[in-house]
Design a protein around this ligand. Structure first.
Ligand code: DX5
Ligand code: ZN
Length: 225
């Protein structure tokens, strides 16, 4: 099933609750929360108190994407704040197996993220541990960047690996998802589509989410010509 995860990074933070609600009314079923530390990525965003605030206004799963160094130090705080899914970057984790088990021990769904430069095969050993694999289709750090088309092949590879190994992780993609890229992404096998600027930049998150999801679902049932 195709799901839309609204990335609140591009929302108006002064009206975060109502922006998030509007995206959900438009069909987003997940809220994607980008956590940046100014070290792993060259930008700063938010921490556990904002996650706790979002928790109070929605039942939707909060998908916390940690773009931070030493994620183990912060996983308990994000879990306590109400995160449902927590993903960590393969590139940031020396002991990735341990970190994924730590997330699960806090009753959150563990996810792993790979940057555009990181090959899928680096995940071979930990795929049985994850609820989702997040393929970055931009270099992380900022909203509003252009989709990197080479990431499509990674989604296809993950779908094949999942099938051949009988695994059941979900395939999520993040960055540059708009009307002109969403069809290829869905056809490559992605199921959870993270979108920030496409939902929030036009001032009507409800309608923008609705239209993007409609395009995604249409691509999922259309034959490739
Ligand atoms: C980028 C973030 C994304 C970002 C996507 O580092 O991980 O979640 O919000 O933004 P768009 O959809 O504008 O590319
Ligand atoms: Zn993200």
């Amino acid at each position: 099933m195709i799901e839309l995860a609204a990335s609140v990074l591009s929302a108006d933070f002064a009206r975060l609750g109502s922006e998030a609600q509007a995206a959900i009314e438009g069909g987003a079923t997940v809220l994607h929360v980008d956590i940046m530390d100014g070290h792993f990525v060259p930008n700063l965003t938010i921490g556990p108190p904002v996650v706790a605030s979002l928790r109070r206004v929605t039942q939707a799963p909060l998908d916390c994407h940690l773009m931070i160094e030493r994620p183990d130090d912060f996983i308990p705080a994000f879990a306590d704040a109400g995160a449902n899914w927590i993903s960590v970057h393969q590139e940031a984790c020396v002991h990735l197996d341990r970190t994924l088990r730590l997330i699960a021990s806090h009753n959150c769904k563990p996810g792993v993220v790979i940057n555009p430069a990181t090959p899928v095969h680096t995940l071979d050993e930990i795929l049985p541990l994850v609820h989702h694999v997040l393929v970055m289709s931009v270099n992380p750090g900022f909203g509003g960047q252009s989709f990197i088309h080479a990431s499509l092949r990674k989604m296809e590879m993950l779908a094949k690996i999942r099938e051949s190994r009988g695994l059941n992780f979900r395939i999520e993609v993040d960055g540059g998802i708009h009307h002109d890229t969403v069809a290829d992404i869905v056809r490559a096998g992605a199921e959870i589509l993270v979108a920030g600027s496409a939902i929030f930049e036009h001032g009507n998150p409800r309608e923008s989410a609705r239209q993007l999801l409609e395009s995604a679902r249409a691509a999922a049932i259309q034959p490739v010509l």
